[in-house]
Design a binder for this molecule. Structure first.
Ligand SMILES: [Zn+2]
Length: 459
């Protein structure tokens, strides 16, 4: 099967040029000024961009949390991702407490196998960092699961103490893996949260009030310094606060291999959304939404490459029946927001259309940098030899985000009624058109597990 994408402007992280793209089978074979060869299918991209399929390295399909499960399955979640121009996700396989990392991976392979519509990889969530896991980490790095997420939050569930985090970092320094950190000071947050509840603040706003941005800044600096001492790189997930960004900036200015992502919710939503009584439960995630003045700071972080990636932390719970578990006590609201479908268009809208970043930087943030940092060596570039994960992107098209039209399996949208500029017209996954003109043409089970290489930190 040969497909020719004609007349578009190829946008890569390092270039923007008018050229044709020839796809043969699953790969891109040729980029040319004017390709005229017999093909099975020609896609007209005149006036549009051709970008590498976006990569969301932070999703939680079917994550168990607080007595329920994140609603999207690998089938519904990856299909929704594809509609939004995302052609690869990396999801988090959770180690059962007392069990091994491999047990978590086995469970997640079962969830994804035969169901995923786009390619996927896994990180491990380390719930219970024990010494016997250290050699297991070495083996997993060799097998293509190269990244491990630890937490300074959620005592009794996911929290690792500093000694355990340090051991994991030291291990990654010698096996080439990468430690990802959820950096908030969980034990202190729990003290403040209990205090708020005791004084009668039980609505969702309490979630935002209890989790001070100082606690994120402190934990971010702490884990960066632990990584420095261990001689290891570190990646901060879902960075939300100015204090945390400043810790990353300081480290990077010193030349340390400290990396961080933020998420659309921290760029577009704010603490105010957590108000409005229990409706605010729709916006409960951790770290929480911050006062609106943090947003500009995060955009600056993206402009200056102190933040390298935007991913979603996609973890959807229905408002009805799931978020409602926390009525009367914000601590019981399942943490997480839907977003896997909206990321690319939001970042295009706020970033490129908003005049903050170039089209190339947009591509770098949503695709190329995630590919390099997370060892997806055949993805993230429109170039000969790379996987034909491609999006014909219309940077001018406007559409309105709504739960009534989105494809995520969740009963609300955080961006209900927001008009955005930019949309994916045609989406190819390894050479096969899976979305075209708003129609689903893909198939559950066509997504493959990707064994990842070790991270490349060079830009
Ligand atoms: Zn997460």
């Amino acid at each position: 099967m040969r497909t020719l994408i004609k007349g578009g402007t190829i946008v890569n992280a390092d270039s923007m040029v008018r050229a044709d793209v020839l796809v043969d089978g699953e790969r891109i074979t040729t980029i040319g000024l004017q390709i005229d060869v017999p093909v099975d299918r020609t896609i007209d991209a005149t006036g549009k961009w051709v970008i590498p399929g976006a990569i969301d390295i932070h999703t939680h399909m079917e994550l168990p949390f607080g007595g329920t499960f994140a609603k999207d399955t690998f089938e519904t979640g990856t299909r929704a991702a594809a509609f939004g121009g995302t052609t690869t996700i990396i999801d988090f396989a959770v180690q059962p407490r007392g069990g091994t990392l491999r047990q978590g991976l086995d469970t997640w392979h079962e969830k994804a196998d035969g169901k995923a519509c786009i390619d996927y990889g896994f990180h491990c969530i380390v719930s219970d960092m024990r010494d016997d896991l250290l050699p297991e980490m070495d083996r997993l790095v060799d097998e293509g699961v190269t990244t491990f997420k630890l937490f300074t939050a959620y005592p009794g569930v996911f929290l690792s103490d500093d000694g355990a985090i340090f051991k994991a970092m030291k291990q990654s320094a010698h096996n080439g893996g990468l430690i990802m950190m959820h950096a908030e000071n969980g034990p202190v947050i729990d003290v403040v949260a209990a205090d708020l509840v005791a004084r009668g603040t039980t609505d969702p706003i309490g979630h935002g009030l209890a989790r001070y941005s100082i606690f994120e800044g402190e934990a971010t600096n702490r884990v960066i310094r632990l990584a420095q001492a261990a001689g290891a790189p570190v990646y901060i997930v879902h960075l939300s606060a100015r204090e945390a960004l400043n810790a990353v900036r300081a480290a990077r200015d010193e030349g340390l291999p400290a990396f961080a992502e933020t998420c659309p919710q921290y760029l577009f939503l704010s603490l105010d959304d957590l108000g409005h009584g229990f409706e605010g439960a729709k916006f409960v995630c951790s770290p929480p939404l911050r006062p609106a003045d943090h947003q500009d700071e995060l955009w600056k972080g993206l402009v200056h490459d102190d933040l390298q990636v935007v991913s979603t932390d996609h973890c959807p719970f229905d408002f009805h029946g799931q978020k409602e578990l926390g009525r009367g006590d914000f601590r019981k609201i399942p943490n997480g927001l839907p977003g896997v479908e909206d990321r690319v268009d939001l970042i295009h809208d706020g970033g490129v259309a908003g005049g903050r970043i170039t089209p190339s930087r947009f591509v770098e943030i949503v695709s190329t940098a995630p590919a390099r940092l997370f060892g997806l060596t055949r993805k993230g570039v429109v170039g000969a030899g790379f996987d034909a994960d491609l999006v014909v992107y219309d940077p001018a098209r406007r559409h309105t985000i709504s739960a009534s039209t989105h494809h995520m399996d969740v009963d609300y949208s955080c961006y209900e009624g927001r008009e955005v500029q930019g949309g994916s017209d045609v989406v190819l996954s390894r050479g096969k058109v899976i979305v075209e003109g708003g129609q689903w043409l893909g198939k559950a089970g066509d997504g493959r597990f990707i064994k990842r290489e070790r991270s490349s930190f060079l830009r």
